[in-house]
Design a protein. Structure first.
Length: 245
C-alpha cells in the first residue's frame, strides 16, 4: 500500500515538472544621455546659443511613461513611469547618462519601442499624496497645483544675453497638462537574448530642444495654455530623440 502511495506521489511530481516550461528571458537597459550640439551635456558649463547669446543649464529632467516593446502580434509592457534626471554637473556622469534598468523580458526579436514623455492622463488626474514614497510622482516638487498637473519636464538655467560672460537672466521652462503629453515611437529592431542584457542608448540634443526659442524675450512660462513656445519645446524634445541600439 505504501509503495502504491509513493508511486502516486512520484507520478504527481513528474506531471508538475512536465508542465513547467522554461521561458527564455533576457534583461533590457535604457541609457538616457543629454547632449548639446553633439557634446555631453554638463550643468553649469557655458554653451553657445544664438549670437551673441550663450547659456548654462542648471537642471534638465522629464518623466517617461508607458514604456512598451513592440511586436508584430503584441505589445510587452515594460515600465509604467520613471523620472529621468540629466542634471549632471561633472563630465563623467554626463557621458554615462541616466541608467534605467527594466528587468527581465521574454527573449525574442522585437520590432520597436514606444514610450510617453510626461505623465499620462490616467495618472495626471491624481496628486502626489495619492502615491507612496517610492513612486517618483509622490514628490511635490514635480507637481504644480495651479495647473492641476504634474510637471512633465523641467529645463532651467541662465543666459548671457549680450555675450559678455555675465549670465544676467534666468530661464525656466516647465511643461504640464494633458495636451502637452507626447508619445515617441521608434521602429528599431530590439533583440533580447536569453541570459544576456540588451542596452539601448537614447540620446537627446538639447540644442535642438531649444531650437527656435527666444529665451531673451520669454525666459519663463507660468501658464502652459497660453504659450506657443512651450508647445514648441515639447515637440522639439520628441524630435531631438535618437535611439542607438
Amino acid at each position: 500500500m505504501r509503495i502504491f502511495q509513493l508511486l502516486i506521489v512520484l507520478a504527481f511530481i513528474s506531471s508538475l515538472t512536465a508542465c513547467t516550461v522554461d521561458h527564455p528571458n533576457g534583461s533590457l537597459t535604457l541609457h538616457f544621455k543629454g547632449f548639446y550640439d553633439g557634446q555631453p551635456l554638463s550643468m553649469f558649463t557655458t554653451k553657445p546659443f544664438t549670437t551673441p547669446e550663450q547659456l548654462q543649464f542648471s537642471q534638465v529632467s522629464f518623466f517617461v511613461s508607458d514604456i512598451v516593446l513592440l511586436d508584430q502580434s503584441a505589445e510587452v509592457d515594460v515600465k509604467d513611469l520613471e523620472l529621468v534626471n540629466l542634471s549632471f554637473d561633472d563630465p563623467t556622469s554626463a557621458i554615462e547618462g541616466f541608467t534605467l534598468p527594466l528587468g527581465n523580458r521574454p527573449a525574442k526579436n522585437y520590432t520597436g519601442i514606444r514610450f510617453g514623455i510626461g505623465v499620462p492622463p490616467g495618472l495626471n488626474v491624481k496628486k502626489p499624496s495619492d502615491f507612496n514614497s517610492s513612486n517618483p510622482l509622490s514628490n511635490s516638487v514635480n507637481y504644480w497645483s495651479g495647473w492641476n498637473s504634474f510637471i512633465f519636464m523641467k529645463i532651467e538655467g541662465r543666459i548671457d544675453t549680450i555675450g559678455n560672460g555675465s549670465f544676467d537672466t534666468g530661464f525656466a521652462y516647465h511643461t504640464g497638462t494633458d495636451p502637452l503629453y507626447r508619445t515617441f515611437e521608434a521602429n528599431l529592431p530590439v533583440s533580447i537574448e536569453d541570459g544576456k542584457n540588451t542596452n539601448i542608448d537614447i540620446d537627446i540634443d538639447f540644442k535642438k530642444v531649444l531650437e527656435g526659442i527666444d529665451i531673451k524675450k520669454l525666459p519663463l512660462n507660468s501658464n502652459p495654455k497660453d504659450s506657443i513656445q512651450i508647445g514648441q519645446i515639447v515637440q522639439n524634445l520628441v524630435n531631438a530623440l535618437t535611439l542607438v541600439p
